[in-house]
Design a protein around this ligand. Structure first.
Ligand SMILES: *Cc1c(COP(=O)(O)O)cnc(C)c1O
Length: 420
């Protein structure tokens, strides 16, 4: 038995499924999870000393790779001054100012996860509009709050039960599901629920059913429909925020949402989420307004130090984004060549991409679901055994960082050539 297998056996006795988040259990690919011990740059090492090129990057946060020196220094410095106060600290102001500058939101509230950011933004949308219903898209994942566990993506897609037990039907009933890249499906729901829809929430690039880019006009169309029906548009930028561009998907696609949620990259690897929007909306949040939302550890100084250091680098080095696009394009074209005899679709936006094992283009959740999961399993295990650590599910993205080298991309492509 490997050390990872031994650890997994012990873990299963005290953690449900041996993990603290379902996808990590690797159940969709029929293997045990590799317990990771160390990361450096674009590499990770498991408990048995195997080295991998990391294409998960903590599911997105590590856009600068593991152990970026400036992020690391900022954290160590913060740690020495105390881990938490539950009182305002200067770094929260700097962080908020930077987030506003980079993204164009006027005010922001820090929370501790993407889930919390979305949950809070939905409450704000409901508080602001006095309406209760929310439209989401099948296959989009917005964290695990009750109202979002309806046709959710990510781990909920491979868990066998797409909708969770324990979500009261009254709550799920207020969540309406539309089809991604299908504006008519949104219009129909808005028309059938007049003046009842508080918000339409969307991953501007769907990345939790695998990467599915918005088709031309889709995000613009959502903006127009929300304006027409008096609903708020929420961009869940937990993945796309600070990744597609400094200003995330709003900047990349040139569409502004009313509320935006952040997570992952914003914390530089520490647990941070945030939601933001116009001053008018954000001033409805407590203590200024009637929408309550709080957090003992929100704005935690160590977490802020990590996030702020990483965001500063992104702000000061716009070439990171051209570099990410270049790496993404290189990997995409390499994989297209390597998989030319395999029925596969490669969907990519910037530095996130998914190889879907199906012969039809994937523009929706239905099409993503038509993928050959046995082929995916072979792909995953083939990569893993060749030293490439990718997401253990067809319905997730590969994440590149700005420290992945061309050499490493070649290694990944060569691995891909050997698998089928
Ligand atoms: C990861 C993710 C979330 C949830 O964030 P957590 O920090 O895991 O709670 C929400 N929305 C999107 C789009 C995500 O990718």
């Amino acid at each position: 038995m490997t050390r990872s297998e031994t650890l997994f056996a012990a873990a299963q006795k005290v953690l449900p499924g041996g993990v603290n988040s379902p996808v990590r259990a690797c159940r969709a690919v029929g293997t045990y999870p590799r317990f990771l011990e160390k990361g450096k740059g674009s590499r990770v090492w498991d408990a048995d000393g195997n080295e991998y090129i990391d294409l998960i990057c903590s599911w997105g946060p590590l856009i600068l790779g593991h152990c970026n020196k400036e992020v690391e220094q900022a954290v160590l410095k913060a740690v020495k001054n105390g881990l938490s106060f539950g009182a305002p600290t200067a770094i929260e102001v700097e962080m908020a100012e930077l987030v506003c500058q980079m993204t164009g939101v006027e005010m922001v509230r820090m929370v501790n996860s993407g889930t919390e950011a979305v949950m809070s933004a939905l409450r704000l949308a409901r508080g602001a509009t006095g309406r209760s219903k929310i439209i989401k898209f099948a296959g989009c994942y917005h964290g695990h709050s009750d109202s979002m566990l309806v046709k959710a993506g990510s781990g909920a897609l491979t868990g066998g039960a797409p909708d969770s037990a324990g979500v009261p039907s009254e709550i799920a009933g207020d969540t309406l599901t539309a089809n991604y890249n299908d504006l008519d499906s949104v219009r129909r729901l808005l028309q059938a629920n007049p003046a009842q829809v508080a918000a339409v929430i969307v991953e501007p690039v769907a990345a939790n059913m695998g990467v599915v880019p918005p088709q031309d006009g889709f995000l613009q169309g959502l903006r127009a429909l929300c304006d027409e029906f008096g609903s708020l548009l929420i961009f869940d930028e937990v993945i796309t925020g600070f990744r597609l561009a400094q200003g995330g998907a709003q900047e990349y696609f040139g569409v502004r949402a009313d509320l935006v949620t952040y997570g992952k990259i914003i914390g530089g690897g520490m647990p941070v989420g945030a939601y933001g929007g116009s001053r008018r909306l954000m001033e409805l949040v407590a203590p200024l307004g009637p929408v309550y939302q709080a957090g003992t550890l929100s704005g935690n100084p160590v977490a802020m130090a990590a996030g702020l250091a990483q965001l500063r680098i992104l702000q000061q080095h716009p070439e990171v984004y051209t570099g990410l696009e270049r790496r993404g394009a290189l990997l995409e074209s390499g994989l297209r060549g390597a998989l030319k005899d395999v029925p596969a679709q490669i969907n990519r936006v910037g530095s996130i991409m998914t190889v879907f094992f199906t012969d039809a283009p994937v523009t929706s959740y239905e099409q993503a679901k038509s993928s050959d999961l046995d082929k995916f399993k072979r792909w995953y295990l083939g990569l893993l055994s060749r030293g490439v650590y990718a997401a253990p599910s067809q319905f997730e993205a590969m994440f590149l960082s700005n420290v992945h080298t061309d050499e490493e991309i070649k290694t990944i492509v060569n691995a891909a050539k050997e698998i089928f």
